[in-house]
Design a protein around this ligand. Structure first.
Ligand SMILES: C[S@@+](CC[C@H](N)C(=O)[O-])C[C@H]1O[C@@H](n2cnc3c(N)ncnc32)[C@H](O)[C@@H]1O
Length: 276
C-alpha cells in the first residue's frame, strides 16, 4: 500500500517525496486511490484511516496542540474569530470542530439569540469537546452533530458563518465538502478555512521540514505515546493544496470574494469566501 518513505535526514528528499506522492496520487486517481499522508490507499479506506488517527489522539489532542505549536494555534484561532464578523444572533457551524476551541469563542459572541453547531465526523473528538465546553459552563447555545463534511445533514441556507479549522486537509473529497458547505451557508454567509499551508520562504520551509518530519513524531511519542499519528500530520500537511490552489477550489465551489492571509510565514493560512 505504501509507496513512499521519508528520509528524515534530508530536506531535499522531503520535497522529492512530496512530489513523488503527489505524482502517484495523480496516476492513482484512475485506480480509485488517494493519499493518506504519503501513502497511497484505496479511496474508500481513507475515511476510516483518518478516523483511527483522531480516535487515537482525541484524549491528548489539546495538550499536543499547545506543545507542538508552542501555543501559537491560539493566536491563529483568535485571528479566525476576529475575521469571522460573528455577532449576537448569528448561527455558526464549526465544522470538523473537534474539541471545540472555536465553538467556545463563538458561543460567547453569538449569545442566547444565536447558536453554534459543533460538528465532527469523529465521536471521540466530539466527546472530548462536549466535556470541555460543559466544564467551561458553555451549554445553552451549542449543538453537537456527528457528520461528514462531505455530506452535511443541515438544510440549505442555514448558517451565517462556517469555519473549518485544520479539518479540510483530512477530508477525502475536498470538493464535495466545499460544495456541501456552500449549500448550508445563507446567502451573504462566509466560510473561513484555517489550515496548514505552504511556507512563503525556502529557509523557513527547510526549518519547518526538519521540525515536522523529525521532531513532531518524537513529540507525539513522548506526550501522546503516538508517533504514527503525528507522522501522518506532517505528511498530510505537505499533501494539502497550497494557498492559491485552495482559493481556486473555493471559487470552483461557487465562493465569491475569496482571499487568504498567510500566518506565521505561510505555515498556516486563513482562507475566506462568501456565498452571495
Ligand atoms: C486537526 S483536528 C481540528 C479540530 C479543531 N477544528 C481545531 O482546530 O482544534 C481535525 C478534525 O477534523 C475531523 N474530520 C476529519 N475528516 C472529517 C470529515 N470528513 N468530516 C468532518 N470532520 C472531519 C477530525 O475528526 C478532527 O476532529
Amino acid at each position: 500500500m505504501a509507496t513512499a518513505h521519508i528520509d528524515n535526514t534530508s530536506d531535499a528528499s522531503a520535497a522529492d517525496t512530496v512530489d513523488q506522492a503527489k505524482l502517484s496520487t495523480d496516476n492513482a486517481e484512475q485506480a480509485e486511490q488517494t493519499h493518506f499522508g504519503f501513502k497511497q490507499v484505496d479511496t474508500d479506506k481513507k475515511e476510516s484511516l483518518v478516523a483511527e488517527v483522531f480516535h487515537s489522539v482525541a484524549a491528548k489532542y489539546d495538550v499536543m496542540n499547545d506543545v507542538m505549536s508552542l501555543g501559537v494555534h491560539r493566536i491563529w484561532k483568535r485571528f479566525t474569530i476576529d475575521s469571522s464578523g460573528a455577532r449576537k444572533g448569528h448561527h455558526v457551524l464549526d465544522l470538523a470542530g473537534g474539541t471545540g476551541d472555536l465553538t467556545a469563542k463563538f458561543s460567547r459572541i453569538v449569545g442566547k439569540e444565536g447558536s453554534v453547531t459543533l460538528s465532527d465526523i469523529n465521536p471521540s473528538m466530539l466527546e472530548v469537546g462536549k466535556d470541555k465546553l460543559r466544564d467551561m459552563g458553555l451549554v445553552e447555545n451549542i449543538k453537537y452533530v456527528e457528520a461528514n463534511a462531505e455530506d452535511l445533514p443541515f438544510p440549505d441556507n442555514s448558517f451565517d458563518i462556517v469555519t473549518m479549522a485544520f479539518g479540510l486537509r483530512n477530508v477525502t473529497h475536498k470538493e464535495n465538502a466545499l460544495a456541501s458547505i456552500y449549500r448550508v451557508l445563507k446567502p451573504g454567509g462566509r466560510l473561513l478555512v484555517l489550515e496548514f499551508s505552504k511556507p512563503t520562504s525556502t529557509a523557513l520551509e527547510k526549518i519547518y521540514d526538519a521540525y515536522s518530519f523529525y521532531l513532531l513524531p518524537k513529540m507525539g511519542k513522548l506526550v501522546a505515546d503516538d508517533e504514527e499519528s503525528y507522522r501522518y500530520l506532517a505528511e498530510s500537511i505537505r499533501m494539502h493544496p497550497d494557498q492559491d490552489t485552495l482559493e481556486a477550489m473555493m471559487q470552483t465551489a461557487g465562493f465569491e470574494g475569496t482571499s487568504y492571509t498567510n500566518l506565521t510565514g505561510g505555515i498556516v493560512a486563513l482562507h475566506r469566501g462568501y456565498k452571495y
